[in-house]
Write a protein that binds this ligand. Structure first.
Ligand SMILES: [Zn+2]
Length: 86
């Protein structure tokens, strides 16, 4: 399941932008919308102001476009089955 949220520093409270990725995975720069220059995708995200540890604030679940397509397809199939049964 995918999540997205805002990266917030545990030490100074600075908002460091948005992160999106798989729920439960460590916050690495791979999931950042705009990673700072010189960071590797697999590096853990640190606060851009003080270098402190960060957490994902106001995390919400997101769905991928492939999942949304599957849901639409299943809804059409269910509607077709309902039409046949009626
Ligand atoms: Zn900080």
């Amino acid at each position: 399941m995918n999540v997205q949220g805002e990266i917030v520093c545990l030490h100074c409270g600075h908002a460091n932008g948005n992160w999106a990725g798989v729920a439960g995975e460590p916050l690495t720069y791979r999931g950042c919308a705009a990673a700072p220059y010189g960071t590797a995708p697999g590096d853990p995200v640190r606060c851009q102001r003080c270098g402190g540890s960060v957490y994902l604030d106001a995390a919400t679940h997101t769905s991928t476009s492939a999942r949304a397509r599957r849901i639409r397809l299943l809804r059409r199939q269910l509607a077709a089955w309902d039409d046949e049964a009626a």
